[in-house]
Ligand binder design. Structure first.
Ligand SMILES: O=C(O)COP(=O)(O)O
Length: 220
């Protein structure tokens, strides 16, 4: 099978954002008098959007009102710290350049709130690397619902089966499976290999450069 485009997940796939996310949540947890978590615990809390991230980080008995306050405060803190330590994983920039040289259209579909996703991408990647970036926005369904990757496929004028979806979590593999895209799991991200395999990963990448050895691309 030959593929004509790639849609990427953001957190844990293109960029390592774990420390900035964890540090920002921990700052707010401490402000509110709740226990902070070790950075590694955030690996399993990130992936379903920031509402879920805050819900998972807070003790179970916290009221909805406080949860909303903590979420709003997190957004403010994270806005000033989202680029403190966040950077592309090693090999990502080269892989994106190689895909661009082959004229393969690229996009990002993330559960990260849209304004943060766009700011991070605009800062860390060359202009026009991605033809479309869709983060978490009111009125759109979050992954693993395939709604947003279907929108991207339509805008690329491609069939889902012609697109590779690359991500680091069960949510990403389920999204690709639900959409009929090729689910490719990355092993440098936040989650374990077993999780990717159990959720339908057709291929696994140990390093971004593996992509060209495992997937055949053709120009649209
Ligand atoms: O839940 C998040 O904020 C992270 O989103 P992503 O893994 O879809 O980029």
């Amino acid at each position: 099978m030959e593929y004509k485009a790639v849609i990427f997940d953001l957190d844990g796939t293109l960029v390592n954002s774990l420390n900035d996310l964890a540090d920002s949540v921990n700052v707010v947890l401490k402000e509110y008098g709740y226990p902070a978590h070790p950075v590694d615990k955030y690996r399993i809390m990130v992936g379903n959007g920031i509402g879920k991230l805050i819900e998972r980080a807070l003790p179970a008995n916290v009221s909805e009102k406080i949860r909303e306050e903590v979420l709003a405060r997190f957004k403010t803190v994270y806005e000033s710290h989202q680029l403190d330590k966040t950077a592309p994983y090693e090999g990502i920039i080269n892989m994106l350049e190689d895909l661009k040289k082959k004229n393969i259209p690229l996009a990002v579909c993330t559960n990260k709130h849209d304004e943060a996703a766009k700011k991070i991408i605009a800062t860390l990647f060359a202009r026009n690397t991605f033809q479309e970036i869709i983060g978490d926005l009111p009125g759109f369904k979050r992954k693993p619902d395939p709604q947003k990757v279907f929108i991207i496929a339509e805008n690329m004028a491609l069939k889902p089966q012609e697109i590779v979806y690359i991500g680091d979590s069960s949510v990403d593999m389920q999204t690709a499976v639900n959409a009929g895209m090729l689910p490719v799991g990355v092993l440098w991200g936040f989650r374990a290999k077993e999780e990717l395999v159990a959720n339908g990963a057709a291929l696994l990448l140990e390093h971004p450069s593996d992509l060209f050895r495992k997937v055949i691309f053709v120009e649209k």
